[in-house]
Design a protein around this ligand. Structure first.
Ligand code: C5P
Length: 397
């Protein structure tokens, strides 16, 4: 969702403080926010604290000449990719359901041509009242999206549905709302990432330096472009990407089973650094150091090649993309690997430096059309560029 923008309407409720946290989280993800603070909202948070976080002027008054001169209310309502109302009070819901336009927030809601996401927050009796139920049904029929409210204890001491969704939940709903408009809308994507761990005994394993960063960035970019994305990840220390279904696995064999279970998919990007071998037997108890200093021998057996088996399987995705992490003859080895594994594209990268675990990557895209050298960029940028290429390819197919 990097580069997108939100118009945030902050209504009057104690949950308004969570809207500040939401703005901060959006900024962390590269999403810009412009805010409208209703008169009631300004009783709970100040325009100054909102502006400090958005880095923009906070709008409040429909009839402010200075506001209108800077940005008219119609333009404001259409300036963003999505309008988010948090907290959405019973009053704001009623105004939007009824088409009222007597302040800046309700006017923007009536005038916007963008999707609207509401995060309601109100007392449980209000939420369950016939009027609010009616308004909600009208809004849903009009295509308004909702996140929450959650069950829980309220600021007023009562218990039940009415608590505003938490900022991270709202963020996930925003991600989804933005994604459904993306170029990969309707596409099912499967991504693998990270290393696999192959147990030697209960406390030891064989693994590699893969951090999972590149695969996570690809999954995030595909989801942001609208793909319904599943990420199958080996053990890594990364936060789950927004809007992605994450499944954690440990060994190569678990990864193969998880991939097969997640198919069919339209596109699969196999970015995991799968262990080529595993110890033939994982000891049930810790292997002890022997007193006569005999070093144990670990016999290795070959792991299944996930990519190759999916390439020849009945559920082969329309676009199958593998990685080639090489330390020598990067491009030549990758070209050969593309043919050998029967995949459509190979992303080749030289891992002799600190690519594994680092933030940046320099890759070559090897396809039916030949070899494309991409300049060095961040792994996030590689993900975004790859998602765009995937959208082009699937769109053209
Ligand atoms: O043959 P090599 O390991 O270099 O191939 C790399 C590509 O194959 C990567 O996309 C990797 O995820 C995938 N792979 C696999 N199963 C293995 C080994 C590699 O799917 N056992």
């Amino acid at each position: 969702m990097r580069g997108k923008s939100i118009l945030l309407i902050i209504g009057g409720g104690i949950a308004a403080y969570k809207a500040l946290e939401l703005v901060r989280r959006l900024a962390e993800r590269g999403v810009g926010t412009r805010a409208i603070l209703t008169q009631a909202g300004a009783q709970f948070v100040t325009p100054l604290s909102v502006s400090a976080l958005t880095g923009e002027k906070t709008f409040g008054d429909l009839f402010s000449l200075t506001d209108e001169a800077q940005m008219g209310h119609i333009q404001l309502s259409r300036s963003a990719d999505l309008v988010v109302v948090a907290p959405a009070t019973a009053d704001l819901m009623a105004k939007m359901a009824g088409g009222l336009a007597n302040d800046l927030a309700s006017t923007a809601l009536l005038a916007t041509n963008k999707p609207v996401l509401m995060a309601p927050a109100m007392n449980v009796r209000m939420w369950e009242s016939a009027a609010v139920k009616r308004n909600r049904a009208v809004l849903e029929k009009d295509g308004v999206l909702f996140v929450g409210p959650n069950d829980g204890e309220m600021a007023c001491g009562e218990f039940g549905p009415g608590r505003m969704a938490e900022p991270l939940e709202i963020l996930a709903a925003i991600e989804q709302a933005l994604a459904v408009q993306g170029p990969l809308k309707g596409v099912k994507a499967l991504v693998t990432a990270g290393p696999t761990r192959e147990p030697v005994d209960p406390v030891r394993f064989l693994a590699n330096h893969s951090s999972g960063r590149q695969g996570y960035a690809i999954a995030q970019a595909l989801a942001s472009a609208g793909a319904q994305t599943t990420l199958i990840s080996g053990p890594v220390g990364l936060a789950p990407p927004d809007g992605v279904k994450l499944q954690r696995v440990t060994t190569a064999r678990e990864m193969l089973a998880a991939c097969e279970a997640a198919l069919p998919a339209d596109v699969m990007v196999m970015a995991a650094a799968v262990a080529d071998w595993r110890p033939d037997i994982a000891a049930n108890s810790k292997i002890k150091k022997s007193t006569d200093r005999v070093v144990p021998l670990i016999k290795l057996v070959e792991n299944p090649d996930i990519l190759a088996s999916i390439a020849t399987g009945a559920q082969r995705p329309r676009l199958l993309i593998g990685f080639a992490a090489e330390t020598d003859d990067v491009v030549a080895n990758a070209v050969a690997k593309r043919a050998r594994k029967g995949v459509d594209w190979i992303i080749a990268n030289d891992v002799s430096g600190d690519v594994m675990g680092g933030e940046r990557n320099r890759v070559h895209l090897i396809s039916e059309a030949g070899v494309e050298d991409w300049p060095e960029m961040t792994k996030i940028e590689v993900g975004t560029r790859l998602a765009a290429r995937i959208a082009e390819k699937l769109g053209a197919a």
